[in-house]
Design a protein around this ligand. Structure first.
Ligand code: GLN
Length: 214
């Protein structure tokens, strides 16, 4: 009952803008939990990796073992995941700048700080068909863009000819910050997917080990 009505979604709270994501999740009927260490992933039905600074994130999460735990969770694909801005960078397969610790999970190459320092922050209306006909207010803060998208990746929104949101199954990334607008459609989409899956990270892992044992 609880699982269906108010699903539990984790928000990685290593650094960056996690409080706003928690507020947005609660506004669309989910419970939220701050994730700082691997044990915090237990029982989650969905996950958000927020914006911030991806190199700091990689460093801090690497030390605590969270980075490795996130890799297992995301690669397993058992629960829906949303990554925004630095979260999109963390979920990318690679960055154009070369090596930095990433989680991976979606086959895209991202360019960090892609819009340049002159236009570091801006807001534009984006056409995002997945979210409906109404344009989505895209808040960009030293945002990345998608330089390359592999097969199986759907680029969901573009700005200035560059991909700024993408989806691969139940993993969605946005270069912009949906948590900083009053428009809750991205979070509502995530929570809808969580409700449709009705799995926790552990359920999905048990299913997998069952399959392996046969
Ligand atoms: N510029 C940051 C990075 O490269 C991302 C910015 C953000 O998350 N708002 O990691």
């Amino acid at each position: 009952m609880t699982v269906l009505s108010r699903p539990l979604v984790g928000v990685v709270a290593v650094q960056g803008a996690f409080a706003e994501h928690e507020e947005a999740l609660r506004a669309v009927g989910a419970r939220s939990r701050q994730v700082r260490v691997p044990a915090d992933l237990t029982g989650l039905q969905g996950l958000v990796i927020p914006g911030g600074e991806s190199t700091t994130f990689g460093l801090v999460a690497g030390r605590s073992g969270l980075l490795e735990a996130l890799r297992r969770l995301v690669h397993h694909g058992g629960i829906p995941v949303l990554g925004t801005c630095a979260g999109m960078i963390m979920l990318a397969a690679e960055t154009t700048a070369g090596a930095q610790p990433l989680v991976g999970g979606i086959d895209i190459t991202v360019r960090r700080n892609a819009f340049g320092s002159q236009v570091a922050s801006f807001e534009v209306e984006l056409d995002v068909p997945l979210l409906g006909a109404e344009p989505f207010p895209g808040v960009f803060i030293r945002a990345p863009w998608i330089e390359r998208a592999g097969r199986g990746v759907e680029v969901m929104a573009s700005y200035a000819g560059r991909g700024v949101a993408a989806r691969s199954g139940d993993l969605v990334v946005t270069a912009f910050h949906p948590e900083l607008t009053g428009d809750r459609r991205v979070h509502a989409w995530l929570v809808d997917r969580v409700r449709a899956r009705r799995t926790t990270y552990e359920d999905a892992r048990e299913e997998e080990s069952g399959v392996r044992a046969q």
